[in-house]
Design a binder for this molecule. Structure first.
Ligand code: DOR
Length: 421
């Protein structure tokens, strides 16, 4: 199968991309080579070319919460959102703490895209039932296909257990992703602790709880000389600690999400449950520090933390609503805002959403070199659309951007040279 994507814009230059049998054949300045007569031609004038992004933190909700999302709908959202690979968290029901659940998720992914769609890498639970009491069978999980381990959704309060998980994971050539939160400081909180929570009369959780666990993890990683990956960093204190750890040579990597780069806790002014997420939206100073950190590499990657919830669960008082935003459909559009505002460049997006996650989690990646998997998407920076349940491929529409008009959307996406969106 031959494909030629003509006149795409790649890192500011006009290029033609040649694909042969699912792999990149070559990428050349536009107009340099004539495509072969039997090649399919796609005219990409006006569109921006990216290698498919990798989302290292999503919740696909299956098994157990299929009314929020299932593997098939989550992968449709990924395909249409420009994600060629997703790593899915273990807080399903039953929890992904055994090989049967891991295999089931992978089987559902194959069923959703029998000819190949977004690649799915399950993340195994670090502890049985995510309870934080005893280690999950990490070897069994790795053998079944888990790419990393995490207790995401809950903090690891037991440092000794975290240490053991990090050691066993390292033996299996896997990395631990830690959800950093101090459970006692976050108890019964629904937003960030600060001026806005005081004004609203809502119990908040202070950023120091997140920062304390980040500090602990960095010290443990240094002591053990093992890697650790910090999930969804939301605050400046966390950024400063990660910079400190990296300067000391600690093997710490970290992620943040588009919402922490674009919104602060004033988004909760109307008590809107669609602005409730954990860790919570913080302050404008935190947003500024995170923007700097993704630019300079202190924060290694951007993930969505795609956390779908049904409308009836979010249409309720703030203190009863679950945490989380749907993200796979929207992420590239939101990150493009940062490009338009001059916070990031196209090359930064490629680094943050493709190259670094592939390095950290040792995943296959398209660098547009001959022989690379032909996983890529085209982004239309001028497309106008409105966020609604009808325009999102996810089953859920719990996002603070619901109802808003957006500029820019993924126009087409190929995995292994086959068009999936
Ligand atoms: O907002 C969140 N939602 N944060 C988490 O850590 C878990 C996630 C979920 O599973 O809904």
């Amino acid at each position: 199968m031959k494909l030629c994507v003509r006149n795409a814009r790649y890192l500011g230059a006009a290029v033609d991309l040649f694909v042969l049998d699912g792999q990149v054949q070559n990428m050349v300045p536009a107009g340099h080579h004539q495509p072969e007569p039997d090649a399919e031609i796609f005219d990409a004038r006006g569109l921006v070319l990216f290698p498919s992004f990798i989302d290292a933190h999503v919740h696909l909700r299956e098994p157990g919460f299929e009314y929020k999302e299932d593997v098939a709908s989550g992968l449709q959202a990924a395909a249409h959102g420009g994600f060629g690979a997703v790593m899915c968290m273990a807080n399903t029901r039953p929890v992904n703490d055994n090989a049967a659940v891991t295999s089931f998720i992978l089987q559902q992914a194959r069923k959703a895209f029998p000819q190949g769609g977004p690649r799915v890498y399950p993340i195994g639970a670090a502890t049985v039932g995510l309870k934080g009491e005893e280690m999950a069978p990490l070897e069994e999980l790795a053998a079944a296909g888990c790419a990393a381990f995490s207790n995401d959704g809950r903090s690891m309060e037991n440092s000794e257990l975290l240490r053991r998980v990090m050691e066993y994971a390292a033996d299996l050539d896997r990395i631990v992703i830690d959800h950093c939160e101090d459970a006692s400081l976050a108890r019964d909180a629904h937003m960030n602790d600060g001026v806005t929570s005081g004004r609203l009369g809502v119990k908040g959780q202070p950023d120091v709880g997140e920062a304390m666990h980040i500090a602990r993890d960095i010290l443990l990683a240094e002591y053990l000389n093992l890697p650790v990956h910090i999930a969804h960093v939301s605050c400046k204190r966390g950024v400063d600690l990660i910079a400190w750890g990296k300067a000391r040579g600690v093997r710490v990597s970290a992620e943040t999400c588009p919402h922490y780069l674009l919104l602060d806790d004033t988004a909760l002014e109307g008590y809107s449950a669609n602005a409730k997420v954990n860790p919570p939206l913080r302050t404008p100073e935190d947003v500024a520090a995170l923007r700097q950190a993704v630019r300079d590499g202190t924060i290694d990657i951007i993930v969505t933390d795609h956390a779908p919830h049904a409308a009836h669960e979010k249409e309720c008082p703030l203190d009863e609503a679950p945490n989380g935003f749907t993200g796979l459909d929207l992420s590239v559009t939101l990150m493009w805002r940062l490009v338009r505002e001059g916070v990031l460049e196209e090359a930064d997006l490629e680094r943050l959403c493709c190259r670094r996650p592939a390095e950290i989690f040792k995943l296959p990646v398209n660098m547009f070199a001959p022989g690379d998997p032909a996983d890529f998407f085209l982004f239309d920076p001028d497309a106008r659309w409105t966020v609604s349940p009808e325009t999102l491929y996810s089953k859920s529409a719990n996002t603070p951007w619901l109802g808003q008009e957006m500029t820019g959307r993924v126009a087409a996406h190929w995995i292994g040279g086959r068009r999936i969106a």
